[in-house]
Design a protein around this ligand. Structure first.
Ligand code: GDD
Ligand code: GTP
Length: 409
């Protein structure tokens, strides 16, 4: 039997990042959609340190929608990308699991799980792990797991996690197929780390149970013919910054339109594809929406509004003639009439082949704000000045740019 494990880490912000809606679906629902396509995949485990309250509704919705066993396993403390797998090894192995997919929750992609599985099977019983790999630019590669492969067998000969200097432009996508025998390797690493921790009184190693998948498992397996990489050219991206959510939104919308022939939304306003509109959103017929826009549940969009390259979260209200571009509008936020909410686009460099999103920090080293998309936080209110201005006998706009942006970890 095959299973899938999705790693989602722990809370850093109010809205759990794995549930942030992209193209109308919570981020990790795209992973689940890809997993359920494989008939062999019978169970999906989500591992993280968010409380069960954060995840319960989502898990129950997913079970109903996809009719497959989905469980959330909560870590008491972050155990690292391999420590959490080892901690829940009995749940992963239960029911005669032979192999499992492992997916980082903070990536988005046209996940080629079927191909990955076939590729892995072809490597024979000696193969423990197959990594989905992709090409990156030389400069950006160092922010990822980098690997060198033997060209014929595709065995990984060298693996370095986020190297200090250039190693290879072939990077790990954070998506894997693993044999359950990998737990035997983890058991050894666990014991070594445990001994090290207690013999040094915890000075030279992290807390017991903590293991990094990349550093403690993948790197030592390179060169042993147990680790393989399948290089793909499918669309793939990390979701580390708010700007990358807008980028991912565009690609998921395009993917579902082309591959799944998903219908365009039915709205009586002007739509410039691709656009997702939740069925409960109310949109005035004179609004113009798109391209690359997702509109959440209960959103109200009034006359003359123009929205492009943006995500509007549930129950936001956008008043008459407001303009929203390259922005995320939070839940229950209000944008007043004639306001202009505008961010700076932050896509990968279109002139560089294989370029990925740059995960630039909020501020530069010299303290200057990096231009990025604009985020209106939930319940935020961009006040309309129009009434006061009418009294003054002229028109101006409330203009909001880059009010707040940063990591959506
Ligand atoms: N459950 C759990 N527990 N999940 C975790 C933990 C933990 O202690 N630590 C990280 N994660 C989850 C994160 O939420 C994320 O989905 C995934 O594991 C990997 O996150 P990071 O450890 O932050 O690594 P990264 O994203 O910088 O790099 C990883 O992904 C790249 C591709 O996106 C590495 O696997 C790289 O090698 C890879 O190139
Ligand atoms: P590009 O063709 O992308 O260069 O756009 P543009 O130069 O026409 O204008 P801009 O990118 O600033 O605005 C995008 C769209 O929003 C255009 O269709 C504009 O007509 C429209 N727009 C600009 N400002 C407003 C506004 O305040 N309210 C409304 N409702 N629409 C606006």
């Amino acid at each position: 039997m095959l299973k899938a494990v999705i790693l989602i880490g722990g809370p850093q912000k109010d809205t759990p990042k794995p549930l942030f809606p992209i193209a109308g679906l919570p981020l990790i629902q795209h992973h689940i959609k890809a997993c359920v396509k494989l008939v062999e995949c019978k169970e999906i485990l989500i591992i993280g340190s968010y409380t069960i309250n954060h995840m319960a509704q989502f898990v129950s919705d997913m079970q109903k929608e996809y009719q497959i066993i989905i469980r959330y396993l909560q870590e008491f403390t972050p155990l690292g990308t391999a420590g959490c797998l080892y901690h829940f090894r009995d749940q992963i192995r239960a029911g005669n699991t032979s192999s499992f997919f492992l997916l980082n929750g903070d990536v988005c992609a046209d996940f080629p799980l079927q191909e990955l599985w076939i590729f892995h099977e072809k490597r024979g019983p000696n193969a423990l792990i197959t990594i989905m790999g992709t090409e990156a630019t030389r400069q950006q590669s160092v922010h990822y797991g980098c690997m060198a492969i033997e060209p014929t067998s595709k065995a990984v000969t060298h693996y370095v996690e986020k190297p200090n200097s250039y190693v290879s432009t072939l990077i790990s996508c954070g998506v894997y197929v693993c044999s359950v025998h990998v737990f035997n390797i983890m058991a050894k690493v666990f014991e070594e780390k445990d001994n090290c921790y207690y013999s040094t009184n915890g000075v030279s190693s992290p807390q017991p149970g903590y293991m990094s998948w990349e550093q403690d498992i993948l790197a030592p397996l390179a060169g042993t013919t147990k680790l393989y990489a399948m290089q793909v050219t499918n669309w793939w991206s990390q979701v580390k910054t708010p700007g990358s959510a807008i980028y991912a939104n565009r690609h998921y919308l395009e993917l579902y339109r082309k591959r799944d022939a998903q219908n365009a939304p039915t709205a009586n306003c002007k739509i410039i594809p691709d656009v997702y509109i939740h069925p409960t959103a109310e949109i005035d017929s004179s609004a113009v929406i798109g391209p690359n826009v997702s509109i959440g549940a209960g959103v109200k969009i009034m006359a003359g509004v123009r929205i492009k390259e943006s995500i509007i979260l549930s129950n936001a209200r956008i008043h008459d003639h407001a303009l929203i571009m390259h922005s995320i509008v939070g839940q229950d936020a209000t944008v007043g009439e004639w306001s202009r909410v505008e961010g700076t686009p932050s896509d990968p460099d279109p002139n560089k082949p294989f370029a990925k999103m740059d995960n630039t920090p909020l501020f530069n080293v010299d303290g200057r704000l990096n231009p990025s998309i604009t985020i209106l936080g939930s319940l935020c209110n961009v006040v309309s000045l129009i009434d006061e201005l009418r009294n003054e006998g002229f028109r101006r706009r409330t203009r909001v740019t880059n009010t707040a942006h940063g990591s959506i970890k």
